[in-house]
Design a protein around this ligand. Structure first.
Ligand SMILES: N[C@@H](CCC(=O)N[C@@H](CS)C(=O)NCC(=O)O)C(=O)O
Length: 231
């Protein structure tokens, strides 16, 4: 596949964009990364994702594919010669999609609200996120079967869906001064997070926590016209 046949519209700090990048790395697909400018949407983005106008968008040849989890599944189905991301078993695939949907619909929205919340609302969000991590710890024990990843020996669909959120989890822990991934309560996930971030497919695209913190400050100050920090 020529490099120009695959393009990815994204923003370096986006956890959703990271899912596509990790998947392309797993499959050893060359691609061109087209960085969007925060606060303005390129013509190509508006044309490629007219419904949500969000990144990531994968452009394969001249065909756009939107929504990070759809993109990961597309990559898995198209580049079959690389390691599989979803299981071959139908039930296991359903379970993997279930947890990815839980992360996107429930867990991540609660986690991202912690930093801006206060008092009782904040405590409720922290409790919700910690409860979710306990469920994920249990799921990890069940699906990893003693191996490093939810997907077993190699990174799979739940690993990508969840692992891409780790950078922003760390930002919340640091800026929000709250411990979420805890060695005592979620020892399996703590170990899993280390393995995930150390994996060759992830290392080059997982931003440093300090850079994400800078970026989140920039987002908050965006109205004042601060320049965008680059990865
Ligand atoms: N559900 C989408 C979420 C994508 C998303 O929220 N992307 C953000 C960047 S992290 C975005 O493009 N935001 C721009 C906007 O909301 O206008 C996915 O999984 O791809």
């Amino acid at each position: 596949m020529a490099k120009n046949d695959v393009k990815l519209l994204g923003i370096w700090a986006s956890p959703f964009v990271m899912r596509a990048r990790i998947s392309l790395n797993i499959k050893s697909v060359n691609y061109e990364f087209l960085e969007e400018t925060v606060g303005s949407k390129s013509e190509l983005l508006l044309q490629s994702n007219p419904v949500h106008k969000k990144v990531p968008v994968l452009i394969h040849g001249d065909k756009p594919i939107c929504e990070s989890l759809v993109i990961v599944q597309y990559i898995d189905e198209v580049w079959t010669s690389g390691p599989s991301i979803l299981s071959a078993d139908h039930y296991d695939r359903a379970i993997q999609r279930f947890w990815a949907a839980y992360l996107d619909d429930k867990w991540f929205p609660a986690m991202r609200r912690i930093r801006g919340a206060q008092g009782e609302e904040r405590q409720e969000l922290v409790d919700q996120v910690v409860e979710g991590l306990a469920l994920l710890e249990e799921a990890f024990g069940k699906y990893s079967k003693g191996k490093a990843f939810f997907g077993g020996d190699q990174i799979g669909f739940i690993d990508i869906a969840f692992g891409s959120l780790l950078g922003w989890l760390r930002v919340t822990e640091k800026v929000g001064e709250v411990k979420l991934l805890d060695e005592a309560k979620t020892p399996g996930l703590v170990k899993w997070a280390d393995c995930f971030c150390a994996d060759a497919a992830v290392k080059s695209v997982m931003p440093e926590t300090e850079k994400l913190i800078e970026f989140s400050k920039f987002l908050m100050a965006k109205m004042k016209g601060a320049p965008s920090p680059k990865n």
